[in-house]
Design a protein around this ligand. Structure first.
Ligand code: BTN
Length: 279
């Protein structure tokens, strides 16, 4: 990979079309002005990290048609058939304290869920980073950070949005739990238009974060969250906790009211809804 220079464009022709259309009509300095598009990579988050370490500016976006080793949270893999979905990583250099970085996940999931609602889907956020429609996962977000001496150097926001795939193209063990915009709507979607809209919306939501409008973001999160009010189980490593979800705190941690009224905050974990209403 060459050292980063601004205006860098993609290496593969089909994806550079995606990139150039995504760029059209966007103001200079916006997220979509610095798009690197690739045909195949191990993981767009890895490519983004390499670029970030070489000094790529905030707002640099990596797109790929296929990932050989796409990653999800908790060391899980993220599988996506070639050329069907959106696989995107965005480099951010936020002025946040280390303990506030989880707000980037809140911001990203609010953006993806809002965008899908605007497109007519009844999308929900399943804390911290899963987006569900009709009880199935349609998107996931993987936020990775580098810090030095207690300072955030960069944050990579990796977004996988299932657009035109059919679940039969996924590994068998997840076929029943995943969906895509095409499966939900019955027609194919233009990924370039969606990428462009996603980047525009991310930029707007990020502005709220940079302006420290945390209350706005957290109220959006509560509005879009499928968990508020539900009795859930939170699993962290081998330990499990149960309680009612109250929302998130100022750092994006999930707040759980345990039996007896004690409130516990979780910055990470896996959540399962235990009551009758489920995502
Ligand atoms: C999850 O659901 O656990 C998060 C999935 C995140 C997947 C995206 S696809 C683009 C980016 N590159 C990766 O390797 N992962 C993220």
């Amino acid at each position: 990979m060459p050292p980063f220079s601004s205006g860098q464009s993609g290496s593969s022709s089909c994806v550079s079309v995606l990139a150039s259309i995504a760029k059209s009509g966007l103001k200079e300095g916006s997220f979509s002005c610095k798009i690197v598009s690739e045909d195949e990579v191990d993981s767009t988050n890895d490519v983004a990290r390499e670029y970030a370490e070489k000094g790529a500016p905030e707002g640099t976006v990596i797109l790929a048609q296929y990932q050989r080793q796409g990653r999800g949270r908790m060391m899980r893999s993220w599988s996506s058939p070639k050329g069907k979905n959106i696989l995107l990583s965005l480099i951010l250099r936020p002025s946040l304290r280390l303990e506030e970085v989880s707000l980037i996940t809140v911001m990203s999931s609010v953006t993806v869920a809002s965008l899908l609602r605007e497109e007519g889907f009844h999308a929900f956020i399943k804390w911290p980073n899963d987006i569900y429609v009709e009880g199935k996962k349609v998107a996931g977000i993987l936020t990775e950070m580098k810090s030095e001496k207690n300072e955030v150097k960069h944050v990579i926001v990796g977004i996988g949005l299932n657009v035109n795939m059919d679940s039969s193209e996924c590994p068998e063990d997840i076929q029943k739990t995943v969906t895509s915009l095409a499966m939900l709507s019955g027609h194919l979607w233009d990924r370039t238009v969606l990428v462009r809209e996603l980047l525009l919306q991310l930029e707007k939501t990020y502005e709220h974060l940079q302006n420290q409008e945390y209350d706005f973001l957290l109220s959006q999160w509560s509005r879009l969250s499928s968990l508020v009010g539900h009795w859930v189980e939170v699993k962290v490593s081998d330990k499990k906790w149960e309680g009612t979800v109250l929302g998130t705190d100022a750092k994006g941690a999930l707040l759980l009211r345990r039996e007896g009224g004690f409130i516990e905050a979780f910055l990470s974990g896996d959540v399962k809804i235990l009551d009758r209403m489920s995502v």
